[in-house]
Each structure stands twice: as structure tokens, then as C-alpha cells.
Design a protein around this ligand. Sequence first.
Ligand code: ZN
Length: 289
Amino acid sequence: MRLALIETANQPALSLVKDGRFLPVSAVNAAAPNDLAQFLAWVGNWQAFVTQAPRTGWLPVPEDGWRAPLSPSGRIFCIGKNYADHAREMGMASGGPVAPDIFIRFASSFVGHRGTTEFPEGESSFDFEGELVVVIGKAGRHIAEERALDHVFGYTAANDGSLRRIQKRTSQFSLGKNIDRSGALGPTIVPAGEIANPQGLALRTRVNDRLMQDGTTADMTFPIATVIAVLSSVTELQPGDIILTGTPAGVGAGRTPPEFLHAGDRIRIDIDGLDSLEMTVAQVPGRIL
Ligand code: ZN
């Protein structure tokens, strides 16, 4: 059983998803919050909640109904260059940073599964980054590495879509990572209990069916537990916060010559144990200054 944000008739509903059908959490328990962060703080025992789900009322997920499973109050932390082979392809001879290289994305920079990711006119450096995403379920400050995974509710996938020209223009690369609708996230959040070892998952990104990234989360420089320990030493992590854990080698910018995205391209990210995340690419009017 998985968790997703499904929109029908302009109403996003936090929902259980199984076998392509969904049921709003409010249909399981009228008190269940529709907001992801509030729901995760409220739910307590996920298995007990799932057991209460009625067998009736499930509907097929509409083709265009997937939204990024995010809460407006949740924060989005991202780890840069967290795989040595990717750090090297991006020009870091050392193989990566000495501490987790953390930046922030806004929810407005993500579309959902089967959405259209966008890059602005006049740009030619739009790139993909397939990533494993951690969804925090339990609050904590100064979390020890040994207990860090106890704070994870589940996992999903993301494309940390990046406009390289803007990312590399100054030392602060947040703007190049935050173009509206330039990334994608989802489709579902898979509860941690379904993932035996989050550090042993194959991660593959395909563009127009061509394999571009073929990595494994075993190769993270800073594993999930370390990242949670470091982040929570700075700020109390909250249910609904998410962490994009970095991308392996094979991005467009790392190729010779570079191979950036074009309008009409199709991207697919497959991570072991998770539902596949698909999106298309469009170029839209309006220049970046
Ligand atoms: Zn990334």
C-alpha cells in the first residue's frame, strides 16, 4: 500500500494507492488530514491505518491525476554531488565534497508523475538528475546516525531538473534548481517497511527509452543516515520534510559533448522497489534574466 496525492475535479486528495486504484485517506478515517505533513504527524501506526481501509470506494487513478506528493509546509532539502562518479563528471577531481553539499528547492519547482517539466525559451542547458527521495515521518533534532532511519516514513523518486547555465552562473546554484515546474516528484511514497535496504537500490534514468543513468544508491558518498544526522543537527526535521539524496553519473552535462534535453523528450526514472516516475519536456515562453 502506497501514499500519493491524486487530483480529480481540481481537488487534490492525499490517497492510498494500490494496483492503479486510489482511495482518499479521508475515506479511511474522516479525521485523517489531507495535508501530507499533517497526515504523517497524525497517522501513528501506518499498518493499523491501512488495515482500516474499506474495500469499496477505490477508483482508477486518472492518467493526468498524479500530483507531486508534497506538503506546502514541508521543506525540500537536496544533496549535491553525493555520488563520486557524478562529482567527477561535473568537474570535481576530488570525487566530491567533504561534507553533504546541501541546497534547497521549492515545491513550485516540481510537477507530478506524467507531468510536463518546463524550461524557458532561449535556454539550451536543461538537464535531468534521477534521485532517491527520503520522506521524513517523525520529528527530531540532533538525530544519531544509528537511529536516523527510524525517522523516515518512506521513499519516492525525483528528477532534480536543472538549468545548468543558471546553476553555474554564480556560486549560489539555487536559482538554476528552482525554475517553476522544472523537476518532477512521485508518483507514490513507498513506506519504509517495504524497502529492505535503501542503500542497495538500482537507480536508472532513461531519456526517450535510452539508458542515461545506471547507478545504485549503494554508491552515495554520504548515506541517508549521515545526511539526516547532519541536517537535524542544524534544524529540527519535521514530518513532511523531504530529502533528495543526489544523482549518479550520466547526466547530460557530464557527457562529451553535453547532451541536454529538448522539447518533446520523455524521461523515465526507475528505482528498485518504487513506482516509476515519468515526465515529458516542454520549452515555454519567458526568458530568465
Ligand atoms: Zn541533484
